[in-house]
Design a protein around this ligand. Structure first.
Ligand code: HEM
Ligand code: HEM
Length: 184
């Protein structure tokens, strides 16, 4: 047992990969409730713009972190799954992680399209203007809105599965999978 634990311990994500994961996850858990709240506010509400700015700023931060994270992942590949993983399980894990990465990009990019193509400026935390990389275009903004709205449901489903799968490993299988993403 201790040999197995040591082997898994040596086979964990790097500190940088762990930091990327947990900071991005925390930001995800913040950006979504902010979206739920801000979309309930009346257009006349004086705090509305501030909540939108915060939502967009956290979303762009997630995008920047995800770009750096993927570069880091390329330079320092993640640990391979423990050998006792069945082939089908390994395929499912890799597919789920791939889709989570896709959403880490698709959600901020589609959100950016809603704003930029809709003619609304994106100013990071009210300080740093993000350049408008697309022209003002209603159909492009509409496409962004469709992707952003649909993407949120994919996000909820995948994150729920991801957290439940982690819990199953941590509580039922107790195979050290959670520990691969923890510093201890
Ligand atoms: C990981 C990043 C992001 C996530 C998970 C996310 C999630 C969400 C969710 C769940 C909603 C509510 C949708 C609804 O109920 O209609 C929303 C709305 C919105 N988001 Fe994001 N978002 C992200 C990034 C961004 C970014 C980067 C921007 C812009 C730069 C943005 C702009 C918007 C706008 C303008 C709305 C309101 C849409 C409407 O009123 O129909 N989002 N977002
Ligand atoms: C409480 C919430 C969460 C827990 C407990 C958790 C747990 C984990 C664990 C244990 C791993 C490593 C799996 C392995 O060893 O193969 C992992 C990987 C991953 N998680 Fe999470 N996670 C959480 C939230 C999130 C969120 C919100 C996202 C993104 C939306 C996310 C995206 C990912 C991705 C993309 C990987 C794969 C990393 C890679 O191989 O580069 N996680 N997560």
């Amino acid at each position: 047992m201790s040999d197995e634990t040591t082997a898994i311990g040596a086979n964990r994500y790097t500190a940088a990969a762990q930091a990327f994961h947990w900071v991005s996850a925390a930001l995800m858990f913040a950006v979504v409730p902010i979206a739920w709240y801000m979309t309930t506010l009346e257009k006349t509400d004086p705090t509305r713009e501030g909540w939108y700015t915060l939502h967009k700023s956290i979303g762009i931060t997630i995008l920047v972190l995800s770009v750096l994270r993927v570069i880091w992942r390329h330079l320092s590949p993640p640990p391979s799954l423990p050998g006792d993983f069945k082939r089908l399980d390994a395929i499912l894990v890799h597919t789920a992680h791939g889709l989570l990465y896709l959403l880490l990009f698709a959600m901020p990019i589609s959100g950016y399209l809603i704003s930029a193509a809709g003619g609304h400026p994106v100013v990071l935390f009210g300080v740093v203007p993000v350049p408008a990389l697309v022209p003002v275009d209603r159909s492009l903004a509409h496409l962004g809105s469709l992707l952003h709205d649909a993407g949120q449901w994919a996000l909820y489903g995948l994150v729920a599965l991801h957290v439940l799968a982690t819990l199953q490993h941590a509580v039922i299988k107790r195979d050290g999978i959670l520990g691969r993403m923890l510093p201890f």
